[in-house]
Design a protein around this ligand. Structure first.
Ligand code: ARG
Length: 448
C-alpha cells in the first residue's frame, strides 16, 4: 500500500477537533490497562508501566511540556504514539481488546458528561440571577403583552420568572440526556466484541458510568446522546434568544424599560446617541449555529449503515461547537442580566397608558348590578373620552364618572388601581404576590 496523499491525510485528520479530549482519552486508557491486567490479559507490571507513562503524558500535556502534534491523525493515535515512544513495546500492549471505535465513543461520552455538568452549573447561576432580579421587582408593575399589545398588568418579577421555569426545564433535559448517555461502550471493540476475557463492567464503573452498554454494534454506532444534547442545547439557545429579544426591545428608546450596563453594550462609531445591545443580539444570532449543529448531526447520521463509519468523526465538530456556543453565551448573558437596571417608573407609566385595567372597570359596574354588556359599552365610551382628553382611567374625576353612571363611587379608584389589578390575580401560578414569592423560593431551591 502506498502512503496516503497529503491532502487526503489532512482531510482525514480530526486532531484539531478532538485534541481537547486528551484527558478523557488518557483516563479511559488507564482504566482499560488496569482491567487488562486484572483479567490476566496483560501482566501487572506491564499495566503499571503503561499507567505510569500515561499519567506522565497527561501531566506533560497539562503543564505544556508536551505539545500535541497536529500532524497526528487523531488524539487516540497521538497518545498511543507518545506512549510507545516513551516505554517501547510495552506501550503497544495497550490497544489489546479495544478499537478506536469504542475508544472514541467512550471518550466523547466522558467529555460530554463534564461539559454537561459545566453547562448545568452555569444555568443554575442564571437561575439565581433571575431570582435576584425577580426579588428586586416583586412590586414592579409592567404591562403583560399578548400579540405585543398591552394586555394585563403583571409584576415584572412574574415575567422574569417565566424564563426561570424554561431554564429549569432545560437543566432537567440535559440531566435526562446524561442519564441515558451514562453507559460505557468501552470493550465493544471494532463492532463485534472480543475473544479476550475482558470485564467491561469493571472499566465502566472505574470511569464513573452506571454500567456497560448491552450491544457492541450499537455501542460504536450510537450517537443518540449527541442528538439529545444538541436538542437540549438548541432549546437553551431558543430560550436565551427569546429573552435577548425582549431585552433588546426593552432597552430601545421606544420602550425604555431597562438599561443595560455599559460593560455589555457598544456605542456607534457615527451616532453618539446610540447604545447598542450587541451582546443580546449576538446571543440571539448564535442560536442559529446551534440549531445548525443539531440538523447537521441528524443529517450526518441518517443514511449510515451499521456500525462505525468515518462520517461519524464529524459529530465532534458539531457537538463541541454547540457546547462552546452555549458556554460563551451564558458567560456573557448572566452578568448582563445581573447588571441590568430596571426603569420601574417607565414600566408603571406604560402599564397606566394602555387602559389595561378597562376590564376591571367593567367588572366594577357588574358587581354593582349592571349587566356586563351595558358595562362594556360604558367603559368603551370612557376609554374614548380618555383618549380624546389625554387622560387615563385613574385620572378621570368622580364627577365625570358619575355623569356617565350613578353606580360609580369613590371605591372605584382603589378597585382599578394597577396594584389591585395585580393583587387580585392570586390564582395559583398567577401574578399575585404569594404566587410570585413562592416561585422565587422554588427557583432558589434549584439554583443553590
Ligand atoms: N477520529 C475518529 C473519530 O473521531 C476515531 C475513530 C476512528 N475509527 C476508525 N475506524 N477509523 O471518529
Amino acid at each position: 500500500m502506498t502512503a496516503t496523499d497529503k491532502i487526503a491525510d489532512d482531510f482525514n485528520s480530526s486532531i484539531s477537533v478532538d485534541s481537547r479530549m486528551y484527558k478523557q482519552d488518557i483516563t479511559g486508557s488507564m482504566k482499560h490497562a488496569a482491567m487488562l491486567a486484572a483479567c490476566g490479559i496483560i501482566s501487572e507490571s506491564d499495566a503499571d508501566q503503561i499507567i505510569e507513562a500515561l499519567e506522565g503524558i497527561l501531566n506533560d500535556i497539562d503543564s505544556g511540556a508536551l505539545a500535541i502534534d497536529m500532524e497526528a491523525e487523531d488524539i487516540h493515535m497521538f497518545v498511543e504514539q507518545v506512549l510507545t515512544e516513551r516505554i517501547g513495546d510495552v506501550g503497544k500492549r495497550l490497544h489489546t481488546a479495544r478499537s478506536r471505535n469504542d475508544q472514541v465513543a467512550v471518550d466523547v461520552r466522558l467529555y460530554l458528561k463534564d461539559q454537561s455538568a459545566d453547562i448545568i452549573a452555569k444555568l443554575k447561576k442564571l437561575l439565581s440571577v433571575i431570582a435576584d432580579q425577580a426579588a428586586d421587582n416583586v412590586e414592579t408593575i409592567v404591562p403583560g403583552y399578548t400579540h405585543l399589545q398591552r394586555a394585563q398588568p403583571i409584576r415584572f418579577a412574574h415575567h422574569l420568572l417565566a424564563y426561570a421555569m424554561m431554564f429549569e426545564r432545560d437543566i432537567t433535559r440535559i440531566e435526562d440526556a446524561v442519564r441515558r448517555m451514562n453507559y460505557s461502550p468501552l470493550g465493544a471493540c471494532a463492532l463485534a466484541g472480543t475473544t479476550y476475557p475482558t470485564d467491561r463492567e469493571m472499566t465502566a464503573k472505574a470511569l464513573g458510568f452506571y454500567g456497560a452498554t448491552k450491544n457492541s454494534i450499537d455501542s460504536v454506532s450510537d450517537r443518540d446522546f449527541c442528538i439529545e444534547l444538541l436538542s437540549a442545547l438548541s432549546t437553551v439557545m431558543m430560550h436565551l434568544s427569546r429573552f435577548s429579544e425582549e431585552i433588546i426591545l426593552w432597552s430601545s428608546w421606544e420602550f425604555q424599560f431597562v438599561e443595560l450596563d455599559d460593560a455589555y453594550t457598544t456605542g456607534s462609531s457615527i451616532m453618539p446617541q446610540k447604545k447598542n445591545s450587541d451582546m443580546a443580539e449576538l446571543v440571539r444570532g448564535k442560536t442559529g449555529r446551534v440549531y445548525g449543529d443539531l440538523v447537521a448531526t441528524l443529517t450526518m447520521l441518517k443514511g449510515l449503515p451499521l456500525a462505525y463509519n468515518k462520517d461519524m468523526q464529524e459529530d465532534k465538530e458539531m457537538i463541541f461547537d454547540a457546547f462552546d456556543t452555549v458556554n460563551i453565551c451564558l458567560d456573557v448573558f448572566v452578568p448582563m442580566l445581573a447588571t441590568m437596571r430596571v426603569k420601574r417608573d417607565n414600566m408603571y407609566r406604560a402599564a397606566q397608558e394602555g387602559f389595561i385595567n378597562a376590564t376591571d372597570v367593567a367588572d366594577y359596574l357588574v358587581k354593582k348590578g349592571m349587566p356586563f354588556r351595558a358595562a362594556y359599552k360604558i367603559v368603551g365610551q370612557l376609554v374614548a373620552k380618555c383618549i380624546r382628553e389625554g387622560k387615563v382611567l385613574e385620572t378621570v374625576s368622580m364627577d365625570e364618572y358619575k355623569a356617565i353612571s350613578e353606580l360609580f363611587d369613590e371605591d372605584l379608584y382603589e378597585e382599578i388601581s394597577l396594584e389591585t389589578c395585580v393583587d387580585k390575580r392570586n390564582s395559583a401560578g398567577g401574578t399575585g404576590k404569594a404566587s410570585v414569592l413562592s416561585q422565587i423560593e422554588y427557583i432558589r431551591s434549584i439554583a443553590d
